[in-house]
Design a binder for this molecule. Sequence first.
Ligand SMILES: [Zn+2]
Length: 56
Amino acid sequence: MAVDPELLDILVCPLCKVSVKLTPDGEGLKCAQCHRVYPIRDDIPVMLIDEARIEE
Ligand SMILES: [Zn+2]
C-alpha cells in the first residue's frame, strides 16, 4: 500500500468527522461509524461522500 501512513492519520470521514481505517485489501478507507468505504485512486484517497460505497 502506497498511501502515506501520516496522511491516513489525519483523514476523516467527511460525514462523521471520525478517522477512517484502511480496508484489508488496501483499496479503500472505511469509516466505522457510517460504514462508508472511500476509494483510493492512484494512491490518492478520495474522501467524497458521493464516491463512497456503503459496506456492512
Ligand atoms: Zn462516516
